[in-house]
Write a protein that binds this ligand. Structure first.
Ligand code: SF4
Length: 220
């Protein structure tokens, strides 16, 4: 790397740290614990350090968690892992595990967007992830790549409906208009993946939710 590029790279990294500090402080002001780690390996270690052995652990569907490969670790570890992703799980079992996860000791998920002023913006088709984020599990750990940061709520919703939803819908083969158009068409499809939208702004129970912000792009 020549010196100009090296200076540019350094400037980028410094400004990213400015943004990270702004978001961490904003989350803490909103009663949400927050930590920064530089990559997915550190994120995995941090999450595992926060889950006591023997805990029941539920999760919300998340590419970010998949990229951390945390489910593989939880399956092998000393946890009661509520694993609805294993092969052969029936629809009834899936439903039961989703409901049980609402009473888990620890619930893992990501967020669809994270505003600069420390709010989590999320959509869900079924709603189990958002229900657990809001109430139920004793502890919620949210892992978010740096790509999830948006300026404000408006940009967060726009990101979700015009970027996250179309990509998720298309990769899953769901029959919703945004899977074809790439933008939200405000549909009334039975497969609609944004049936519920939540803004986590100031949870009453301080520290129930922890955000681990990762200095790399994760998920959608
Ligand atoms: S309302 Fe329909 S078209 Fe719009 S983002 Fe949701 S699923 Fe896609």
């Amino acid at each position: 790397m020549n010196s100009d590029m090296a200076i540019l790279q350094k400037a980028r990294e410094e400004l990213q740290q400015v943004l990270v500090q702004e978001v961490l402080q904003a989350l803490k002001k909103n009663q949400i614990d927050a930590f920064y780690v530089s990559n997915r390996e550190e994120a995995l270690k941090k999450v595992l350090s926060m889950i006591p052995a023997g805990s029941s652990v539920g999760y919300g569907g998340s590419l970010t968690l998949d990229e951390l490969k945390i489910k593989e670790v939880l399956k092998e570890g000393h946890y009661q892992f509520l694993d609805r992703g294993r092969s052969g799980v029936s629809a009834e079992e899936m439903f039961r595990l989703r409901r049980e996860s609402l009473l888990s000791d620890v619930f893992l998920c990501s967020t669809n967007a994270l505003t600069r002023d420390g709010k989590l913006v999320n959509i869900d088709g079924i709603g189990n992830r958002l229900a657990a984020l809001t109430f139920g599990p004793k502890k919620v750990i949210v892992v978010a790549g740096i790509n999830k940061i948006v300026d404000d709520l408006e940009q967060g919703v726009k990101r979700i409906r015009n970027q996250v939803a179309p990509l998720h819908a298309r990769r899953r083969g769901w029959k919703v208009p945004c899977a074809n158009t790439g933008t939200c068409m405000d549909c009334r499809s039975v497969d609609r993946i944004c049936g519920t939208i939540t803004i986590t702004e100031f949870p009453r129970e301080k520290g129930r939710i922890t955000v681990i912000l990762v200095g790399e792009s994760l998920g959608i």
